[in-house]
Design a protein around this ligand. Structure first.
Ligand SMILES: C[S@@+](CC[C@H](N)C(=O)[O-])C[C@H]1O[C@@H](n2cnc3c(N)ncnc32)[C@H](O)[C@@H]1O
Length: 499
């Protein structure tokens, strides 16, 4: 598994144990099952591989010959303030002299050997002949400045006499790719590629120490080479604040961190410096929302700005969304309005534990006793605070007092956690069991969400809360007294009502 990730892929692992009743409603997409069965790796361990959705500099794959030929002027090494003029360099390339009237036909039929570079003209004037043009050819595709057989044949068919000559081509900053620029500037032999994730108009970097002296230049190059990005920020601390946002430095561009993003066709607005937003969770958000049916109830304990809550509300679920960060709460309210679901979501700004012991308990106490076996409503509780959420699971212990009529409607929990363990699924399950005070063997599934860092995985454990955890079962004596109290109370209220 870890090897797959090292190869640049993220993997999804689905360990299936038998779910209890609500799991029947939990329709994991059939395609996973098929893929897993097809791959047949380990029975019960389903692995799905998909390309990691992560923006890197789009032009990081270069072969060595390209890097040598297309390197900017060596004088830019060590530059910390971007001087675009200093990148100019002249290289010798093959050109094909052709009559003006067949230029476009040849551009099409010789497309595979024409030099393609950002912002570079493929056709230039012939200073010695106004009726001719030069087509610029790719030196790697035309070795020794002579055309291959297939190109010769194309030209023969068009009755063109091939005339390949050498041409001094001036490459400017615009013609270099960001990787080539940074490789020329940063110290030789040091890693230059720096992945960034994009959040609206913001590119977000996590630079290494050796890159820091060049950070403003790196930021500017990213803006120049990536249309739509107008602000580049660098993380300045690890993400360990309570609210999961991080301090950042604006490296280049506008200092506006209020941005718009679209995830799974839903628009969100947010202040990237004040709230948590991770574009790499979009698949996970839609995976959970796909489990919900219209009419279901979703409790989102650590809701952020609403990437589970809002799509669930759009799906006509009843949503209770909470976040402790007042900024997240305000942006959640804003996004509910933006997406016209403010009547479907009840938002709270409190600690997750208080939310579970307060609004969640209240709603479940009201709705669960009315739930019938054949009833279709499911209750889902999402807990996406991977560093801590498992520690909140003990709040489910004896959360409700009334005896269940059956297991129908027992809430499904989807709780996230990080693991650095050799067997992350086992680790998460054991920690969840310790927090709940019960075994989940045979009644939970763990899902590998993404690889966060080398040897650190983010997982989601899903399970239906066992009835003996959720309900306080009074001992027979207590039960008698409780029922007496209940009778007295109802008589009392009846009296009050009658009087
Ligand atoms: C990892 S983010 C997840 C946000 C959102 N659910 C998502 O998927 O993008 C965790 C969120 O939990 C909030 N948070 C942190 N501690 C909390 C607590 N004790 N109670 C409630 N929310 C908390 C943070 O403000 C943050 O928005």
């Amino acid at each position: 598994m870890r090897t797959l990730w090292r190869l640049g892929y993220s993997a999804r692992l689905l360990k299936t144990n038998n779910f209890r009743t609500a799991a029947a409603n939990t329709s994991f997409p059939a395609v996973w099952t098929l893929l897993a069965q097809y791959s047949g790796i380990i029975p019960g361990l389903f692995v799905v591989v998909r390309k990691y959705r992560f923006f890197t500099m789009p032009d990081t794959v270069e072969d060595k010959a390209d890097l040598k030929l297309y390197s900017p002027h060596p004088g830019v090494r060590g530059m910390t303030q971007l001087n675009r003029e200093a990148f100019k360099r002249t290289i010798v390339v093959p050109v094909l002299k052709v009559k003006t009237e067949i230029v476009y036909t040849l551009l099409k039929s010789l497309k595979h050997v024409i030099l393609q570079r950002p912002g570079l003209k493929r056709v230039v004037e012939d200073p010695g002949d106004e009726n001719s043009r030069f087509l610029i050819l790719d030196p790697h595709k035309i070795p020794e400045f002579s055309l291959g057989e297939s190109e010769q044949e194309v030209l023969n068919q068009l009755n063109v006499h091939p005339e390949v000559s050498k041409y001094n081509l001036e490459l400017t900053y615009e013609n270099f790719k960001s990787e080539e620029i940074l490789r020329a500037v940063l110290p030789e032999g040091q890693e230059v590629t720096s992945g960034f994730s994009r959040v609206g108009h913001i590119a977000h970097l996590n630079l290494r120490d050796h890159q820091l002296p060049y950070r403003h230049l790196i930021g500017q190059v990213i803006i120049d080479k990536n249309p739509g990005i107008t602000c580049v920020v660098n993380k300045t601390n690890i993400i360990d604040s309570t609210y999961r946002n991080f301090q950042m430095e604006v490296l280049a561009g506008e200092s506006n961190l209020v941005t718009k993003v679209k995830e799974n066709n839903i628009a969100y607005e947010l202040d990237f410096s004040k709230v948590y937003w991770n574009p790499r969770l979009s698949t996970e958000h839609s995976r959970i929302v796909e489990l919900l049916k219209p009419g279901d109830v979703l409790f989102d304990v650590f809701a952020g700005i609403g990437p589970f809550a809002i799509p669930a509300a759009k799906k006509k679920c009843h949503v209770f969304a909470n976040d402790l960060n007042p900024e997240s709460y305000n942006w959640l309210l804003h996004n509910c309005k933006l997406n016209k679901v403010d009547d479907k979501i009840k938002a709270f700004n409190m600690d997750g534990r208080d939310f579970l012991l307060g609004p969640v308990r209240e709603e479940l106490s009201k709705k669960l006793p009315l739930q019938k076996e054949e009833e279709k409503t499911s209750f889902h509780i999402v807990m996406n605070l991977p560093a801590l959420a498992i520690e909140f699971l003990d709040a489910f212990r004896h959360l409700l007092v009334r005896e269940p009529c059956g297991t129908a409607g027992l809430p499904m929990v989807h709780c996230y956690g990080f693991s650095k363990h050799e067997n992350p699924a086992k680790d998460i399950q054991e920690r969840a069991e310790a927090s709940l005070g019960t075994s989940l063997d045979g009644c939970c599934s763990t899902y590998l969400v993404r690889n966060v860092a080398p040897n650190k995985e983010m997982l989601c454990i899903s399970f239906q809360i066992p009835a003996d955890v959720l309900y306080k079962r009074p001992c027979p004596d207590e039960a008698k007294q409780a029922s007496k109290r209940l009778c007295t109370r109802s008589e009392f209220s009846e009296e009050k009502f009658l009087s």
